[in-house]
Design a protein around this ligand. Structure first.
Ligand SMILES: [Zn+2]
Length: 335
């Protein structure tokens, strides 16, 4: 396989490329907020979103100083604040629920269109914007599987049939109304097995990571408080020996030194790629062909000419570009 053929001749049924998204990805995608200017908060910015409701709770409980996650966790461990915490959770949910994608193409459009149906995106974000990007591009070509590792405000599903739905939809198999999933709130020791939808998504991501040829982590820094998440991912990723040719690709505005400390256990032999800008990533340079690029580089030592990317302000133009790329896969009955 030479470098010019990877666009035209995609490999059938490749192993998965897994992408993990954190709050930094939504922030990078919507630096000025959503369609209506609503800001995408990082975890530590949630007190600003909550305002008085949070300040009053902090005063009433006399919670020790700390970040939002540790304070929430501390309050939850005390009895007597169930109603107050429910009000906090409702407020957070409402804030995210009202978010809308802008009409122009966003990084999330490039992301969902840039991966194939064998690929998996596991997101830690509650906002509905990735799901909205998936919804508006579904007719263009086959898209990756989406999994919500901390839940998502507008995601609905059927517990029996693994359906990716949104509010008000019914299951295409059993015709029952789809159920809204829960959000995992920021407790330090998150138990993913407690919620059946979240457990299902974790199991699928874990399996995909196990079989993946490439792992991209976009705006997620695996904080120490996400101990369970780190451990599940690390167990699935495997040991250094089995990952000799694998890279972890980090898309993050932080410096590589800081990031590699967090991700050291995942990076065999220092094989880490780091990009500040999504448009320098493997998904932007070899959209829907990351497996072919990786295989050429790792097994044959061949560089691959970039396949992408179509930079445009028109969603229609972007979709037409990807439709053509996707048709090359469909022509051979591929994913
Ligand atoms: Zn069903």
């Amino acid at each position: 396989m030479n470098d010019s053929s990877i666009r035209e001749k995609p490999v059938p049924n490749p192993p998965p490329h897994v992408v993990l998204l954190g709050a930094g990805a939504s922030r990078a995608t919507f630096p000025s907020g959503d369609k209506n200017g609503r800001k995408l908060p990082l975890m530590d910015e949630l007190p600003c979103v909550l305002g008085e409701i949070w300040n009053e709770l902090v005063t009433a409980t006399q919670v020790p100083k700390g970040d939002f996650e540790s304070q929430y966790s501390w309050i939850k461990s005390k009895s007597g604040y169930v109603e107050e915490l429910e009000a906090v959770e409702r407020r957070i949910k409402q804030y995210f629920e009202e978010m809308e994608l802008p009409d122009h193409p966003t990084i999330y459009d490039y992301l969902v269109l840039g991966l194939r149906s064998s690929d998996v995106i596991g997101t830690f974000n509650w906002d509905p914007l990735l799901l909205q990007a998936h919804e508006r591009n579904r007719g263009v070509c086959k898209l990756p599987d989406l999994r919500f590792l901390h839940g998502c405000v507008s995601y609905t599903t059927c517990i029996e049939h693994d359906v990716l739905g949104s509010e008000g939809q019914v299951c295409p198999v059993c015709h029952k109304k789809l159920t809204t999933g829960h959000l995992i709130y920021p407790e330090a020791d998150k138990d993913y097995a407690r919620d059946s939808f979240i457990k299902r998504d974790w199991d699928l991501v874990q399996k995909a990571v196990e079989h993946s040829f490439h792992l991209t982590v976009f705006g997620y820094r695996a904080p120490k408080t996400d101990y369970n998440a780190r451990q599940i991912l690390l167990d699935a990723w495997g040991d250094e020996e089995s990952r000799g040719l694998s890279h972890v690709e980090l898309i993050d505005i932080a410096s590589p030194d800081h990031l590699s400390d967090n991700w050291r256990a995942f990076i065999p032999f220092g094989h880490m790629m780091h990009e500040i800008d999504f448009f320098d990533s493997s998904i932007a340079r070899w959209p829907r062909r990351t497996f072919e690029w990786k295989r050429n580089a790792s097994f044959y030592g061949l560089p691959s000419k970039d396949v992408g990317i179509c930079k445009t302000k028109s969603l229609q133009e972007l979709q037409d570009w990807f439709r053509e790329l996707g048709e090359l896969e469909n022509a051979e009955g591929q994913s």
